[in-house]
Write a new protein. Sequence first.
Length: 390
Amino acid sequence: MSLAQARECFPVCHRRVYLDNAAVAPLPTPARAAIERQMVEMNELGPAVNLDDWIAPLDRVRAILARLVNAAPAEIAFVKNTSEGLSFVARGLPWQPGDRIVGFDCEFPANVYPWLALRSLGVRLELLPGAALADLDRLRQALRGAKLLAVSSAQFLSGYRAPLESLGALCRELGVWFVVDGIQSLGAFPLDVKRAGIHALSADGHKWLVSPEGAGFLYLDPALLAALTPTEVGWLSVAGWDDLSRAAALAASGAPLPWRPDATRFECGALNRLGLVGMGASVEMLLEVGLDAIAQHVLALGHYAVAGLRELGCEILRLAPDADRPERRSGINTFRHPSRPAEAIVARLRDAGILCAHRQNWVRVSPHLYNTAEEIERLLDVLRAGLAPA
């Protein structure tokens, strides 16, 4: 599938210029069709009564997600959202008073609060300035003696894309768990969990994966999986879950619960089947287009937007000295004007049928695979008219 063909999968393009994929992305036609097929089956035939037929669609989605990040299907657990996946890791590890976690002060709260909540256990979260992501020597010093590093693959406000392979190498060198919030890059940029040495990766689908809200996944490296204890437990958490008489036998035996042998132990009960089927269709579409092609397209649109914004006298948010390098840029381009409030700029763009986001007195523009250079030019034209001196 070409980028032009992919654009036709997004009817929103016929109604407005949608440049807010870093918030919630529109749903493509393949995802809608997959969800509707599932709904029709459930409406007209009823839910599958055969166990294999019940499991097969979600196993297929699991395999697609594993392919997305170069993992094994057994290393993928379905979760409701990014926060849930990170919380499974935060609450599942055996912490000791005095343990230390390293993070960054530019993170979205979903990658701060699960770690901050561990203060009640005597665990300390050290937040480094975001610019430290470009200083590996400083990071090496900060990580000495730490138990875990938490970072986003791309920062939600600045769009800075973390050097994941370098961070993973540091974590392996120092014996630190490496946990990544992948929601702001997955779907727009390739990410290989094995090459980057990531121990856990959590992401919801509703941004760059152009999938329904409430459907996400958690990748767990086998070494980390072995160290985690499930904190939400249900009938699907336990090995032999399909033997419905086993619960009474386990209760009578007094033995510890035998967890399922892979990441599925974190799927304790019924899942968001419709959302996950939609996510599978969306991710399959993205893989068919090719993540390398999508990444090049998204970066080109961002480069075009940033050049035009700078000509208009706008300040571009940059987290670190290397932030303009292509490998550090993502689909997020954030700016502000010296004399016009961000909220007013976003409102003017919205009135012109162009959707962006207002975040912390900045304007965030986040194009994806279906956007075009003509749409970026339309954005700049509206800004030229709106930012011109009175």
